[in-house]
Design a protein around this ligand. Structure first.
Ligand SMILES: [Zn+2]
Length: 483
């Protein structure tokens, strides 16, 4: 079976056939860095991270480009409200986004271009559009002429006569048609500007993405992604200007569903308590990733603390099996400690599993338009089998199930014993901590053996004060970091 993806442009699920066999180019509209991210923003990052991982596990060499829009009206408004330079606002929020992607275990893109670093490419694209009769300069702005492109509206499935006016009101009076949108916005006093043959100004949002996508992925590339709220007008405008200029542009359009709060799209005013920085102080990042990634990427998520708690519990059940199986096998003790690769193989040093190490039902689920809910059902089934094996003392069976679960979790970026969730690569410090805790636990066992319970309890309390929780199990004491 081959990978099939839902393409917004055709409104069908169709076979994914890359432009160049063995390779895949992916462009994802990244952050407009006007404010730090809430979970609605970062869901897109997690959804497309799962896609990138699955493309790689499927044997494709992926080029992943995720841009940063570092100049726009809202950034300028924030900067002027707080009396900071616009670039300081952009820089600060870009760091917050990077932190959020990292803390949720998203693989970094191969390139993360910023809009203001690509003005020459935008000028070239504007020139091509003017020369071919699809754009015009007026009143300091440059506009795309919607009526010059007869497929306008095809991506979002709208008829041109029903479309609303483009919302870039600036220079609206100089537009030939209210639907025309700004490729370039003429300079206004107090705003940053770049010089162009049509006068000084700053880029329009849609133009940026077309210029950056084709610079890094070529005039025609495989997949363009983004949130469902970007289909119109942003992506409609991107595809119009790029195709009008003669580029093939994206061959597949993928859109993730939104995170809603109280039935409304999460916005800055609604979502302050759901900023990623604030949430990861309350819930473990891996559990937040599980929560955001567990639904089908095209479904909406209605945020509720109860649903998040359910997701955490589901993840802990999986994690509990993996940790217990690894402890029983003697390959790891205590969470927060990596147990090596546990024989899951890996594709070319990426840390991702080989497709051949995955259950067929799991592969079939992800090949079917990334059906993560069905893929997770397979994970939970294997966890149940593994727990049965552990309870029966069938170590070989438990090992096999744990290996399978870890391989599947690796695809979803959720393996508790792999980076970034396990503290591998910390110069051996976790081994030292493990050894020190063992010394204390051995002394506690010795105290209990001689019935000196006050001494045993004192050791447990001291460990607790140091942030270590001890649990006594039939197989002996185990520990984990308090949370
Ligand atoms: Zn974009």
């Amino acid at each position: 079976m081959t990978l099939r993806l839902h393409d917004t442009a055709t409104r069908t699920v169709r076979d994914f056939l890359p432009l160049t066999p063995g390779k895949a180019g992916l462009y994802l509209c990244g952050a407009t860095v006007q404010a730090p991210p809430h979970i609605g923003h970062i869901r897109s990052g997690v959804s497309f991270d799962i896609l990138v991982r699955w493309l790689k596990v499927s044997g494709l060499e992926v080029t992943f480009c995720r841009n940063v829009t570092d100049i726009d009206d809202k950034i300028l408004r924030t900067a002027s409200a707080e009396g900071s330079p616009w670039w300081a606002v952009a820089e600060r929020n870009q760091r917050a986004f990077t932190r959020a992607y990292e803390v949720l275990g998203c693989l970094p893109p191969d390139v993360e271009p910023r809009a203001t670093g690509h003005v020459p490419e935008m000028i070239t694209l504007i020139r091509r559009l003017i020369d071919s009769g699809h754009a015009y300069a007026a009143g300091g702005d440059v506009h795309f002429e919607v009526s010059s492109y007869d497929r306008y509206g095809a991506l979002s499935g709208q008829r041109p006569e029903h479309m609303r006016a483009a919302d870039d009101i600036e220079g609206g009076s100089a537009k030939r048609d209210p639907r025309d949108f700004a490729l370039w916005k003429g300079h206004k006093p107090g705003e940053p500007y770049w010089d162009t043959p049509w006068g000084p100004g700053r880029p329009g949002w849609h133009l940026e993405c077309s210029a950056m996508a084709t610079k890094y992925l070529g005039p025609t590339f495989d997949i363009h992604g983004g949130g469902l709220d970007l289909v119109f007008p942003h992506h409609e405008n991107e595809v119009a200007q790029s195709r009008a200029a003669g580029d093939g542009f994206a061959r597949y359009w993928l859109h993730n569903g939104l995170v809603n709060l109280g039935g409304e799209k999460m916005s800055k005013s609604l979502g302050n308590s759901l900023l990623v920085d604030a949430m990861v102080a309350e819930v473990r990042p891996v559990e937040l990733r599980y929560y955001l990634g567990q639904a089908h990427y095209r479904s909406g998520i209605e945020y509720s603390p109860e649903a998040l708690a359910e997701a955490s519990a589901a993840y802990r059940r999986i994690e509990g099996f993996v940790v217990r199986a690894s402890e029983a096998a003697g390959t790891g003790t205590g969470t927060g400690r990596a147990a090596g690769t546990a024989g899951t193989g890996g594709t070319g040093g990426t840390g991702l599993p080989l497709a051949s190490s995955l259950p067929a039902a799991f592969v079939a689920a992800l090949d079917d338009d990334l059906a993560v809910p069905q893929a997770l059902a397979v994970v939970h089934e294997v966890v149940t089998e593994g727990n049965t094996a552990l309870a029966a003392g069938d170590q070989a069976g438990a090992d096999k199930q744990a290996e399978s679960v870890r391989a599947m979790l690796g695809v979803l970026g959720l393996d508790p014993l792999a980076a970034p969730w396990a503290t591998a690569g910390d110069s051996g410090l976790s081994d030292v901590v493990e050894a020190l805790v063992r010394v204390a636990l051995d002394q506690r066992q010795a105290a209990r053996a001689r019935k000196d319970y006050p001494a045993a309890d004192a050791i447990r309390d001291q460990l607790h004060a140091a942030g270590i929780v001890v649990e006594d199990t039939p197989a002996g004491p185990r520990w984990e970091l308090a949370r």
